[in-house]
Design a protein around this ligand. Structure first.
Ligand SMILES: Nc1ncnc2c1ncn2[C@@H]1O[C@H](COP(=O)(O)OP(=O)(O)OP(=O)(O)O)[C@@H](O)[C@H]1O
Ligand SMILES: [Mg+2]
Length: 361
């Protein structure tokens, strides 16, 4: 799929602007603070229903404005899809797909499939397990609405179980009932994530070795409750909950389950979450995102790759490698300037220039 156009109204520093994109590489070029990242953020908003930079929708509305609207048209194998999102200062956002309002954000998942990468995404490798779980979940939710609803269900059950544990008055029998539900949803999440990370490890390893010119090989490991089949996972999860029950009661918190999962990142058997250099962590997180594009693309339609300010972080040889890797699907890439040497590598690209929130094509 590819994004044909995006219109922003009162969004961040924009008044009313439209950008048109080609189905290959699109450079969004401009000096600092002109609105490049804001444009990419608006695309991402239409994809997952929220910003990659802030959980607070209101921040996306232009200063002094009461409402912001973003409209996106995507071309897919079977036709066009239009997504419109309106954000309000004083009421919840409204989302519509092809003119039909949706009541659950789950319905937006997979309509405009994107993979977002910015230097900040390095936190997937170096920051907390929560960042790595968020990465897995955003990827999987876009691939499957079933996963989105499963995750929503699991989080609700978990919240309820923690509330009961905190109340201090819950009986073992009542907890058993909650545990059954937690295990039912949780083991499906674990099984899906395990399959995804196994796939990702192979493809991310290839992308990483390509980016580094074969110097290093990246491997991923999924850290969760043991078990390959659904039954094995269930059995292990039940046993773990039993073993943790006294501790759970004491702390008023559930200590085991997919909400504690993590992903290990290894190069030459060293865990780069703790021991990697900045460059290793950056290249690994970029390889991870490129692998995500490949995995989604091989299942159906290629998602749109959104790269924010990535070129400045790479030397020219890695820039060239990156560009040659992404030239066959749509990429929107922001930068302050493009090296002529890089442009010589490309036969098909387009440029969008942004100056003070005005788009020139
Ligand atoms: N809600 C808002 N209303 C109006 N302007 C905003 C809002 N939020 C951010 N801005 C402004 O939008 C401008 C452009 O921000 P953006 O992050 O898109 O810049 P950029 O072109 O990506 O720059 P850089 O190259 O430094 O990353 C900034 O000056 C920022 O202060
Ligand atoms: Mg920016």
């Amino acid at each position: 799929m590819y994004i044909k156009s995006l219109t922003v109204d009162c969004y961040r520093n924009y008044n009313h602007q439209t950008a048109r994109f080609s189905d290959k590489i699109n450079f969004v070029v401009g000096r600092n603070a002109q609105g490049k990242t804001n444009l990419l953020e608006a695309v991402y908003l239409c994809s997952v229903g929220k910003s990659a930079r802030t959980p607070r929708d209101k921040e996306l509305i232009g200063y002094d404005k009461v409402r912001a609207t973003v409209r996106l048209t995507a071309c897919k194998a079977y036709g066009e899809d239009k997504v419109e999102i309106s954000l309000f200062k004083n009421s919840p956002k409204r989302v519509s797909i092809n003119g039909m309002p949706i009541s659950r954000i789950g319905e937006l998942m997979g309509v405009v499939s994107t993979v977002f990468f910015s230097p900040d995404e390095m936190r997937i490798v170096k920051e907390s397990p929560a960042d790595r779980r968020r990465f897995m979940d955003i990827a999987l939710c876009q691939m499957s609405k079933t996963y989105f609803y499963l995750l929503t269900r699991y989080n609700k059950i978990l919240l309820q179980r923690n509330k009961l544990l905190k109340s201090g008055s819950v009986t073992d029998d009542a907890l058993d009932v909650w545990d059954m539900q937690l295990v039912e949803a949780g083991s499906k999440i674990i099984k899906t994530r395990r399959g995804f990370i196994a796939n990702l490890s192979v493809v991310a390893g290839e992308c990483h070795s390509y980016l580094t010119g074969g110097e290093e090989r990246l491997e991923l490991g999924y850290e969760s409750i043991d078990g390959g089949t659904a039954d094995e996972i269930k059995e292990a999860f039940v046993a773990q909950l039993k073993a943790d029950r006294a501790r759970d009661r004491l702390c008023g918190y559930t200590h085991s389950g997919p909400h504690k999962d993590d992903i290990a990142f290894k190069i030459a058997d060293k865990d780069i979450r703790s021991f990697g250099s900045q460059g290793q962590q950056r290249t690994a997180s970029l390889a991870l995102k490129l692998a995500e594009v490949e995995i989604v693309g091989r299942r159906g339609e290629y998602p749109v790759l959104l790269l924010d300010d990535v070129l400045s972080e790479l030397d020219i040889s890695r820039q060239k490698r990156l560009i040659s890797k992404i030239k066959n699907y749509q990429t929107i890439i922001t930068c302050t300037h493009i090296d002529d040497e890089l442009l010589r590598e490309l036969s098909d690209y387009s440029c969008i220039y942004i100056e003070n929130a005005i788009i020139k094509q």
